[in-house]
Write a protein of this length. Structure first.
Length: 277
């Protein structure tokens, strides 16, 4: 996609998207990205990305398809390295340490930085075993402890009351929205510090979407949440800060209310007002 060349209006265009008020003071940074560049072979997907992600906030990443949103998200827990011929330069610092440091084990990083994908991906196991899987991998075998983890995680994901009497049923017996909340509960069971979400509601119906959004607003009290979304109304509803990506670059990154109602860059204004994307 080429650079947008529409003239900036004499007065700033403002979005008619409703931004819900966010509360709380500024939080500490948990991720710092400095001049991050990434290539898939010869194709550059990220260009000098600089972002500061704060704990106990929801950070939304918006932009048209192919702009680098999901690539950036998957870089944060190094899942992008599963793609052949990936090369990076620059820094990604998590909790004060470079994630590319040789002393950092990728498995340990992914325990602390959980991931929820676009489509629900429950394991072909029971509801109970989906949640207990991660703790068991980390050596927990005591059934009383596992029972507590399963219940706590399902409660945190707002799905306990819907499944408490059917924990031994297949996870595939759940609806799509329930499966996505189950996957969020599975992520919570390993007690991460950060939750990455790659368009977690794009395959869900409106009612399920609202439940997941309510869940995200609750979870940010404990976790840093970074969500990629094509739904700008969703970004406005749930996020504290929003980054607008275009052609692998961060065009603008600021408080969500300011980005939607007082953008600094004409390309941001053009995108949120539907002139492209």
């Amino acid at each position: 996609m080429g650079t947008i060349t529409a003239e900036r209006p004499k007065t700033k265009a403002t979005s008619n998207i409703q931004v819900f008020p966010q509360t709380g003071s500024a939080k500490e940074s948990i991720y710092q990205t400095e001049n991050l560049n990434l290539w898939y072979g010869e194709k550059q997907a990220l260009k000098n990305v600089n972002l500061d992600i704060r704990e106990q906030e929801v950070t939304a990443i918006i932009g048209p398809s192919g702009c680098g949103k999901s690539t950036y998200l998957k870089t944060l827990n190094r899942m992008v390295e599963l793609v052949p011929n990936v090369r990076t330069t620059g820094k990604v610092v998590y909790d004060g340490k470079s994630i590319f440091d040789h002393s950092i084990k990728v498995e340990q990083l992914r325990t602390q930085v959980g991931m929820v994908f676009q489509k629900p991906n429950p394991f072909p196991k029971s509801i109970y075993d989906n949640i207990a899987y991660g703790p068991k991998i980390h050596g927990i075998r005591n059934k009383m402890i596992l029972d507590e983890i399963v219940e706590t995680s399902l409660r945190q994901a707002y799905i306990w009351d819907e499944v408490k009497d059917r924990l031994q049923d297949s996870a595939y017996s759940l609806s799509g929205g329930q499966q996505q909340r189950l996957c969020i509960a599975r992520c919570l069971a390993i007690e991460p510090n950060v939750i990455l979400m790659d368009e977690p509601t794009s395959a869900l119906d409106p009612q399920s979407t609202l439940k997941v959004e309510e869940l995200i607003r609750t979870l940010k009290e404990k976790y840093a949440i970074i969500i990629v979304t094509h739904n700008m109304q969703q970004a406005a509803r749930i996020s504290d800060r929003t980054a607008f990506f275009l052609n692998g670059e961060v065009v603008e990154y600021t408080e969500t209310r300011k980005l939607f109602h007082d953008p600094e860059d004409k390309r941001t204004s053009a995108y949120i007002n539907g002139q492209f994307g």
